[in-house]
Write a protein that binds this ligand. Structure first.
Ligand SMILES: Nc1ncnc2c1ncn2[C@@H]1O[C@H](COP(=O)(O)OP(=O)(O)OP(=O)(O)O)[C@@H](O)[C@H]1O
Ligand SMILES: [Mg+2]
Length: 380
Protein backbone atom coordinates (compact mmCIF):
# COMPACT_ATOMS: atom_id res chain seq x y z
CA UNK A 1 0.00 0.00 0.00
CA UNK A 2 1.24 3.46 -0.88
CA UNK A 3 0.67 5.06 2.54
CA UNK A 4 1.66 8.58 1.53
CA UNK A 5 -0.97 8.78 -1.20
CA UNK A 6 -4.77 8.85 -0.73
CA UNK A 7 -5.34 7.25 -4.15
CA UNK A 8 -6.08 3.53 -3.77
CA UNK A 9 -3.87 1.07 -5.65
CA UNK A 10 -5.05 0.88 -9.26
CA UNK A 11 -5.00 -2.51 -11.00
CA UNK A 12 -5.22 -2.88 -14.79
CA UNK A 13 -6.28 -6.01 -16.66
CA UNK A 14 -3.88 -5.93 -19.60
CA UNK A 15 -0.36 -4.54 -19.85
CA UNK A 16 -0.03 -3.30 -23.42
CA UNK A 17 0.56 0.21 -24.76
CA UNK A 18 -2.68 1.63 -23.34
CA UNK A 19 -1.71 0.51 -19.85
CA UNK A 20 1.79 1.85 -20.40
CA UNK A 21 0.55 5.34 -21.31
CA UNK A 22 -1.94 5.17 -18.41
CA UNK A 23 0.99 4.53 -16.04
CA UNK A 24 3.07 7.31 -17.61
CA UNK A 25 0.29 9.71 -16.65
CA UNK A 26 -0.67 8.15 -13.30
CA UNK A 27 2.85 8.49 -11.86
CA UNK A 28 2.41 12.26 -12.08
CA UNK A 29 0.02 11.80 -9.14
CA UNK A 30 2.41 9.37 -7.44
CA UNK A 31 -0.27 6.69 -7.88
CA UNK A 32 0.56 3.00 -7.57
CA UNK A 33 -0.41 0.80 -10.54
CA UNK A 34 -0.45 -3.01 -10.63
CA UNK A 35 -0.68 -4.88 -13.96
CA UNK A 36 -1.98 -8.32 -14.97
CA UNK A 37 -0.86 -9.58 -18.40
CA UNK A 38 0.04 -12.99 -19.84
CA UNK A 39 3.24 -11.77 -21.53
CA UNK A 40 6.41 -11.67 -19.38
CA UNK A 41 7.78 -8.72 -21.38
CA UNK A 42 4.54 -6.83 -21.97
CA UNK A 43 4.92 -3.05 -22.55
CA UNK A 44 3.99 -2.44 -18.87
CA UNK A 45 6.24 -5.09 -17.33
CA UNK A 46 9.07 -2.70 -16.43
CA UNK A 47 6.83 0.20 -15.40
CA UNK A 48 4.25 -1.34 -13.07
CA UNK A 49 4.74 -1.17 -9.29
CA UNK A 50 3.76 -4.82 -9.37
CA UNK A 51 3.56 -6.94 -12.50
CA UNK A 52 1.59 -10.20 -12.32
CA UNK A 53 2.02 -12.60 -15.22
CA UNK A 54 -1.31 -14.31 -15.78
CA UNK A 55 -4.40 -14.71 -17.95
CA UNK A 56 -7.01 -11.95 -17.67
CA UNK A 57 -9.59 -14.38 -19.09
CA UNK A 58 -9.17 -16.78 -16.19
CA UNK A 59 -11.77 -16.38 -13.40
CA UNK A 60 -9.52 -17.18 -10.43
CA UNK A 61 -6.53 -15.20 -11.75
CA UNK A 62 -8.64 -12.06 -12.20
CA UNK A 63 -10.28 -12.58 -8.79
CA UNK A 64 -6.92 -12.91 -7.00
CA UNK A 65 -5.47 -9.93 -8.83
CA UNK A 66 -8.57 -7.77 -8.27
CA UNK A 67 -8.55 -8.49 -4.52
CA UNK A 68 -5.03 -6.99 -4.30
CA UNK A 69 -6.11 -3.54 -5.52
CA UNK A 70 -8.59 -0.80 -4.54
CA UNK A 71 -9.67 0.22 -8.05
CA UNK A 72 -9.70 -2.12 -11.02
CA UNK A 73 -9.78 -1.05 -14.67
CA UNK A 74 -9.02 -2.55 -18.09
CA UNK A 75 -7.04 -1.72 -21.18
CA UNK A 76 -8.75 -4.44 -23.20
CA UNK A 77 -12.44 -5.42 -23.00
CA UNK A 78 -11.92 -9.15 -23.53
CA UNK A 79 -11.46 -10.06 -19.87
CA UNK A 80 -13.30 -12.43 -17.54
CA UNK A 81 -16.50 -10.47 -16.85
CA UNK A 82 -17.81 -12.94 -14.21
CA UNK A 83 -14.74 -12.36 -12.09
CA UNK A 84 -15.19 -8.62 -12.49
CA UNK A 85 -18.83 -8.95 -11.37
CA UNK A 86 -17.74 -10.99 -8.34
CA UNK A 87 -15.13 -8.34 -7.42
CA UNK A 88 -17.77 -5.61 -7.65
CA UNK A 89 -19.96 -7.54 -5.21
CA UNK A 90 -16.99 -7.69 -2.84
CA UNK A 91 -16.71 -3.89 -2.88
CA UNK A 92 -13.78 -3.45 -5.26
CA UNK A 93 -14.36 -0.34 -7.36
CA UNK A 94 -14.39 -1.56 -10.97
CA UNK A 95 -14.50 0.91 -13.91
CA UNK A 96 -15.83 0.33 -16.51
CA UNK A 97 -18.47 -1.55 -14.51
CA UNK A 98 -19.11 -5.26 -15.20
CA UNK A 99 -22.45 -4.58 -16.93
CA UNK A 100 -20.71 -2.24 -19.39
CA UNK A 101 -17.90 -4.74 -20.00
CA UNK A 102 -20.18 -7.68 -20.70
CA UNK A 103 -22.32 -5.61 -23.06
CA UNK A 104 -19.44 -4.16 -25.05
CA UNK A 105 -17.34 -7.33 -25.26
CA UNK A 106 -20.13 -8.90 -27.34
CA UNK A 107 -20.69 -7.12 -30.69
CA UNK A 108 -24.22 -8.58 -30.92
CA UNK A 109 -25.23 -7.17 -27.52
CA UNK A 110 -23.75 -3.83 -28.60
CA UNK A 111 -26.02 -3.78 -31.67
CA UNK A 112 -29.08 -4.69 -29.60
CA UNK A 113 -28.22 -1.86 -27.21
CA UNK A 114 -28.16 0.66 -30.10
CA UNK A 115 -31.44 -0.68 -31.48
CA UNK A 116 -33.16 -0.62 -28.08
CA UNK A 117 -32.18 3.01 -27.51
CA UNK A 118 -32.87 4.24 -31.06
CA UNK A 119 -29.20 5.01 -31.62
CA UNK A 120 -28.59 4.98 -35.38
CA UNK A 121 -26.68 1.88 -36.46
CA UNK A 122 -26.66 -0.12 -39.68
CA UNK A 123 -29.36 -2.87 -39.98
CA UNK A 124 -28.12 -6.28 -38.75
CA UNK A 125 -28.96 -9.93 -38.33
CA UNK A 126 -27.39 -12.63 -36.13
CA UNK A 127 -26.10 -15.93 -37.53
CA UNK A 128 -24.75 -19.03 -35.78
CA UNK A 129 -22.69 -20.36 -38.69
CA UNK A 130 -22.00 -20.20 -42.42
CA UNK A 131 -25.06 -22.29 -43.31
CA UNK A 132 -27.34 -19.63 -41.84
CA UNK A 133 -25.73 -17.04 -44.10
CA UNK A 134 -26.74 -19.01 -47.21
CA UNK A 135 -30.34 -18.93 -46.00
CA UNK A 136 -30.39 -15.13 -45.91
CA UNK A 137 -32.12 -13.00 -48.49
CA UNK A 138 -29.82 -11.50 -51.18
CA UNK A 139 -30.94 -8.05 -50.01
CA UNK A 140 -28.53 -8.39 -47.03
CA UNK A 141 -25.56 -8.13 -49.40
CA UNK A 142 -23.11 -6.45 -49.63
CA UNK A 143 -22.55 -6.66 -45.88
CA UNK A 144 -19.94 -6.86 -43.16
CA UNK A 145 -19.71 -9.98 -41.03
CA UNK A 146 -18.42 -9.39 -37.48
CA UNK A 147 -17.56 -12.06 -34.94
CA UNK A 148 -19.47 -11.58 -31.69
CA UNK A 149 -16.36 -11.78 -29.56
CA UNK A 150 -12.60 -11.28 -29.57
CA UNK A 151 -12.20 -9.29 -32.81
CA UNK A 152 -9.79 -6.34 -32.87
CA UNK A 153 -7.91 -4.26 -35.50
CA UNK A 154 -10.25 -5.54 -38.19
CA UNK A 155 -9.34 -9.20 -37.46
CA UNK A 156 -12.88 -10.33 -36.65
CA UNK A 157 -14.42 -8.45 -39.58
CA UNK A 158 -15.07 -9.61 -43.17
CA UNK A 159 -16.73 -7.89 -46.09
CA UNK A 160 -19.07 -10.17 -48.05
CA UNK A 161 -20.07 -8.69 -51.40
CA UNK A 162 -22.61 -11.35 -52.28
CA UNK A 163 -23.64 -14.88 -51.40
CA UNK A 164 -20.89 -16.02 -53.76
CA UNK A 165 -18.38 -14.96 -51.05
CA UNK A 166 -19.85 -17.45 -48.57
CA UNK A 167 -16.72 -19.65 -48.64
CA UNK A 168 -14.74 -16.75 -47.15
CA UNK A 169 -17.26 -16.12 -44.35
CA UNK A 170 -16.51 -16.97 -40.71
CA UNK A 171 -18.26 -20.19 -39.69
CA UNK A 172 -18.94 -18.86 -36.16
CA UNK A 173 -21.55 -16.96 -34.15
CA UNK A 174 -21.50 -13.47 -35.58
CA UNK A 175 -23.59 -10.63 -36.92
CA UNK A 176 -24.06 -9.44 -40.45
CA UNK A 177 -24.65 -5.76 -40.99
CA UNK A 178 -25.48 -3.90 -44.15
CA UNK A 179 -22.76 -2.00 -45.91
CA UNK A 180 -22.81 1.71 -45.14
CA UNK A 181 -21.84 4.09 -47.97
CA UNK A 182 -19.19 5.85 -45.98
CA UNK A 183 -18.06 9.39 -46.63
CA UNK A 184 -15.92 9.71 -43.48
CA UNK A 185 -15.12 7.81 -40.31
CA UNK A 186 -14.80 9.82 -37.13
CA UNK A 187 -14.35 9.02 -33.46
CA UNK A 188 -15.29 10.66 -30.17
CA UNK A 189 -13.80 9.92 -26.77
CA UNK A 190 -16.18 10.55 -23.88
CA UNK A 191 -15.99 9.88 -20.15
CA UNK A 192 -18.43 9.26 -17.33
CA UNK A 193 -17.68 10.45 -13.79
CA UNK A 194 -18.71 9.70 -10.22
CA UNK A 195 -20.68 12.95 -9.98
CA UNK A 196 -22.77 11.66 -12.95
CA UNK A 197 -21.22 14.21 -15.29
CA UNK A 198 -20.12 13.26 -18.80
CA UNK A 199 -17.57 15.00 -20.98
CA UNK A 200 -16.53 14.53 -24.60
CA UNK A 201 -13.28 15.33 -26.38
CA UNK A 202 -13.57 17.08 -29.76
CA UNK A 203 -14.28 14.60 -32.59
CA UNK A 204 -11.37 13.37 -34.73
CA UNK A 205 -11.15 12.36 -38.40
CA UNK A 206 -9.78 8.94 -39.29
CA UNK A 207 -7.91 9.14 -42.57
CA UNK A 208 -7.74 5.80 -44.34
CA UNK A 209 -4.84 4.49 -46.39
CA UNK A 210 -5.78 4.81 -50.09
CA UNK A 211 -5.01 1.14 -50.86
CA UNK A 212 -4.73 -0.84 -47.61
CA UNK A 213 -8.02 -0.83 -45.67
CA UNK A 214 -6.58 0.63 -42.47
CA UNK A 215 -6.55 3.92 -40.62
CA UNK A 216 -3.32 5.61 -41.52
CA UNK A 217 -3.63 9.02 -39.89
CA UNK A 218 -5.85 10.52 -37.25
CA UNK A 219 -6.47 14.21 -37.57
CA UNK A 220 -7.74 16.36 -34.71
CA UNK A 221 -9.93 18.24 -34.32
CA UNK A 222 -12.19 16.95 -37.09
CA UNK A 223 -12.53 19.22 -40.12
CA UNK A 224 -16.18 18.32 -40.67
CA UNK A 225 -18.71 21.15 -40.20
CA UNK A 226 -19.35 22.04 -36.57
CA UNK A 227 -23.00 20.96 -36.73
CA UNK A 228 -21.81 17.41 -37.57
CA UNK A 229 -19.03 17.24 -34.96
CA UNK A 230 -21.22 18.67 -32.23
CA UNK A 231 -23.94 16.18 -33.11
CA UNK A 232 -21.38 13.34 -32.80
CA UNK A 233 -20.16 14.70 -29.47
CA UNK A 234 -23.75 14.96 -28.18
CA UNK A 235 -24.51 11.44 -29.37
CA UNK A 236 -21.37 10.19 -27.60
CA UNK A 237 -22.47 11.79 -24.33
CA UNK A 238 -25.97 10.38 -24.75
CA UNK A 239 -24.59 6.86 -25.31
CA UNK A 240 -22.27 7.11 -22.30
CA UNK A 241 -25.23 8.26 -20.19
CA UNK A 242 -27.46 5.43 -21.40
CA UNK A 243 -24.72 2.93 -20.61
CA UNK A 244 -24.17 4.55 -17.24
CA UNK A 245 -20.44 4.12 -17.71
CA UNK A 246 -17.86 5.42 -15.27
CA UNK A 247 -14.57 5.59 -17.14
CA UNK A 248 -13.57 6.38 -20.68
CA UNK A 249 -15.57 5.32 -23.75
CA UNK A 250 -14.42 5.50 -27.38
CA UNK A 251 -17.12 5.67 -30.04
CA UNK A 252 -16.48 5.14 -33.75
CA UNK A 253 -18.96 6.70 -36.19
CA UNK A 254 -19.59 6.53 -39.90
CA UNK A 255 -20.75 9.64 -41.70
CA UNK A 256 -22.63 8.29 -44.70
CA UNK A 257 -22.99 9.89 -48.10
CA UNK A 258 -26.29 11.42 -46.95
CA UNK A 259 -24.47 13.09 -44.06
CA UNK A 260 -26.14 10.85 -41.47
CA UNK A 261 -24.11 9.84 -38.43
CA UNK A 262 -24.22 6.11 -37.76
CA UNK A 263 -22.60 4.42 -34.77
CA UNK A 264 -20.13 1.72 -35.80
CA UNK A 265 -18.82 0.42 -32.49
CA UNK A 266 -17.50 1.40 -29.07
CA UNK A 267 -14.73 0.47 -26.63
CA UNK A 268 -14.88 1.13 -22.86
CA UNK A 269 -11.29 2.31 -22.37
CA UNK A 270 -8.57 4.56 -23.76
CA UNK A 271 -8.32 4.09 -27.52
CA UNK A 272 -5.98 4.54 -30.46
CA UNK A 273 -8.12 7.43 -31.69
CA UNK A 274 -7.39 9.40 -28.50
CA UNK A 275 -3.59 9.26 -28.46
CA UNK A 276 -3.22 12.76 -29.91
CA UNK A 277 -4.80 14.18 -26.72
CA UNK A 278 -1.46 13.70 -24.89
CA UNK A 279 0.01 16.64 -26.80
CA UNK A 280 -3.10 18.17 -28.42
CA UNK A 281 -5.59 18.72 -25.58
CA UNK A 282 -5.66 20.27 -22.12
CA UNK A 283 -6.02 16.84 -20.48
CA UNK A 284 -5.16 13.60 -22.25
CA UNK A 285 -7.48 10.61 -22.58
CA UNK A 286 -5.26 8.79 -20.06
CA UNK A 287 -5.59 11.61 -17.55
CA UNK A 288 -9.35 11.74 -18.08
CA UNK A 289 -9.63 7.98 -17.51
CA UNK A 290 -7.54 8.35 -14.36
CA UNK A 291 -9.72 11.20 -13.06
CA UNK A 292 -12.81 9.20 -13.82
CA UNK A 293 -11.84 5.94 -12.11
CA UNK A 294 -10.47 7.59 -8.96
CA UNK A 295 -13.77 9.44 -8.59
CA UNK A 296 -12.79 12.95 -9.64
CA UNK A 297 -14.64 15.40 -11.90
CA UNK A 298 -13.68 15.57 -15.59
CA UNK A 299 -10.77 17.71 -16.75
CA UNK A 300 -10.89 20.27 -19.56
CA UNK A 301 -10.90 18.52 -22.96
CA UNK A 302 -10.52 21.41 -25.38
CA UNK A 303 -7.89 21.47 -28.11
CA UNK A 304 -4.61 23.19 -27.36
CA UNK A 305 -3.08 22.56 -30.79
CA UNK A 306 -4.24 20.79 -33.95
CA UNK A 307 -2.63 17.37 -34.13
CA UNK A 308 -2.13 14.46 -36.50
CA UNK A 309 -1.33 11.00 -35.16
CA UNK A 310 0.13 8.12 -37.10
CA UNK A 311 0.65 4.59 -35.92
CA UNK A 312 4.17 3.18 -36.16
CA UNK A 313 3.63 -0.25 -37.66
CA UNK A 314 6.01 -3.16 -38.22
CA UNK A 315 7.34 -3.05 -41.77
CA UNK A 316 6.01 -5.91 -43.92
CA UNK A 317 8.69 -8.53 -44.53
CA UNK A 318 10.35 -8.18 -41.11
CA UNK A 319 9.78 -10.33 -38.02
CA UNK A 320 11.97 -10.65 -34.92
CA UNK A 321 13.93 -8.41 -32.52
CA UNK A 322 12.86 -4.85 -33.25
CA UNK A 323 15.09 -2.10 -34.72
CA UNK A 324 13.92 1.47 -35.36
CA UNK A 325 15.30 3.42 -38.31
CA UNK A 326 15.05 7.21 -38.55
CA UNK A 327 14.17 8.08 -34.93
CA UNK A 328 16.72 10.87 -34.63
CA UNK A 329 15.73 12.35 -37.97
CA UNK A 330 12.00 12.49 -37.20
CA UNK A 331 12.65 13.85 -33.71
CA UNK A 332 14.29 16.87 -35.34
CA UNK A 333 11.11 17.68 -37.30
CA UNK A 334 8.92 20.46 -35.81
CA UNK A 335 6.13 19.41 -33.45
CA UNK A 336 6.99 15.71 -33.49
CA UNK A 337 6.42 13.58 -30.35
CA UNK A 338 7.50 9.95 -30.44
CA UNK A 339 5.83 7.21 -28.38
CA UNK A 340 7.35 3.73 -28.62
CA UNK A 341 5.54 0.98 -26.78
CA UNK A 342 8.53 -1.10 -25.69
CA UNK A 343 7.56 -4.23 -27.62
CA UNK A 344 10.63 -6.44 -27.99
CA UNK A 345 9.70 -8.03 -31.30
CA UNK A 346 8.14 -6.77 -34.49
CA UNK A 347 5.99 -8.43 -37.14
CA UNK A 348 4.23 -7.05 -40.24
CA UNK A 349 1.75 -4.29 -39.31
CA UNK A 350 2.14 -4.82 -35.53
CA UNK A 351 1.42 -1.56 -33.67
CA UNK A 352 4.87 -0.70 -32.26
CA UNK A 353 4.26 2.92 -31.36
CA UNK A 354 2.67 6.13 -32.53
CA UNK A 355 3.82 9.60 -33.42
CA UNK A 356 1.90 12.80 -32.86
CA UNK A 357 2.62 15.95 -34.81
CA UNK A 358 1.23 19.24 -33.52
CA UNK A 359 1.21 22.39 -35.65
CA UNK A 360 -0.71 25.62 -36.22
CA UNK A 361 -3.20 23.77 -38.47
CA UNK A 362 -4.12 20.15 -39.15
CA UNK A 363 -3.03 20.69 -42.78
CA UNK A 364 0.45 21.70 -41.62
CA UNK A 365 0.59 18.80 -39.14
CA UNK A 366 -0.50 16.42 -41.92
CA UNK A 367 2.36 17.59 -44.17
CA UNK A 368 4.92 16.84 -41.48
CA UNK A 369 3.19 13.53 -40.61
CA UNK A 370 3.64 12.39 -44.23
CA UNK A 371 7.38 13.16 -43.99
CA UNK A 372 7.55 11.24 -40.72
CA UNK A 373 5.84 8.26 -42.31
CA UNK A 374 8.37 8.19 -45.14
CA UNK A 375 11.36 8.25 -42.77
CA UNK A 376 10.49 6.04 -39.78
CA UNK A 377 10.86 2.31 -40.36
CA UNK A 378 10.40 -0.62 -38.00
CA UNK A 379 12.55 -3.56 -39.05
CA UNK A 380 14.19 -6.59 -37.44
N1 LIG B 1 -21.32 -1.74 -42.02
C1 LIG B 1 -20.19 -1.29 -42.55
N2 LIG B 1 -20.20 -0.62 -43.73
C2 LIG B 1 -19.07 -0.16 -44.30
N3 LIG B 1 -17.84 -0.34 -43.75
C3 LIG B 1 -17.73 -0.99 -42.58
C4 LIG B 1 -18.91 -1.52 -41.92
N4 LIG B 1 -18.50 -2.12 -40.79
C5 LIG B 1 -17.15 -1.99 -40.74
N5 LIG B 1 -16.67 -1.33 -41.82
C6 LIG B 1 -15.25 -1.01 -42.10
O1 LIG B 1 -14.40 -1.93 -41.44
C7 LIG B 1 -13.61 -1.27 -40.42
C8 LIG B 1 -13.43 -2.18 -39.22
O2 LIG B 1 -14.69 -2.50 -38.63
P1 LIG B 1 -14.90 -2.45 -37.04
O3 LIG B 1 -14.52 -1.11 -36.54
O4 LIG B 1 -16.26 -2.92 -36.73
O5 LIG B 1 -13.88 -3.60 -36.62
P2 LIG B 1 -12.74 -3.73 -35.51
O6 LIG B 1 -12.16 -5.07 -35.63
O7 LIG B 1 -13.27 -3.34 -34.20
O8 LIG B 1 -11.70 -2.71 -36.00
P3 LIG B 1 -10.71 -1.79 -35.14
O9 LIG B 1 -10.21 -2.58 -33.98
O10 LIG B 1 -9.66 -1.48 -36.18
O11 LIG B 1 -11.52 -0.60 -34.76
C9 LIG B 1 -14.39 0.01 -40.14
O12 LIG B 1 -13.55 1.00 -39.60
C10 LIG B 1 -14.92 0.36 -41.54
O13 LIG B 1 -13.92 0.95 -42.33
MG1 LIG C 1 -13.34 -0.26 -35.28
Amino acid sequence: MNQSNPIPIIGILGGGQLGRMFIQNAIRYDATVFILDPEANAPCAQLASRFVQGDFNDFQTVLDFGRSVGILTVEIEHVNASAVLQLESEGIRVYPQSHVLSLIQHKGKQKDFYAMHNIPTSPYVFVENRAEISDLDESWFPCFQKLFTSGYDGKGVKRLNSKADIEEAFDSPSLLEKLVDIKMEIAVMVSGHADKSFKAFPAVDMVFHPEANLVEFLSAPSELPVHVTSQAEEMAIDIAQKLGIQGLLAIEFFLDINNQLIVNEMAPRPHNSGHHTIEGNVVSQFDQHFRSIVGWAPGETSTVKPAVMLNVLGEPGYSGDVKYVGLEEISAMPGVSVHLYGKKTTKPYRKMGHITVTAESTAEAMKIAHKVRDVIKVIA
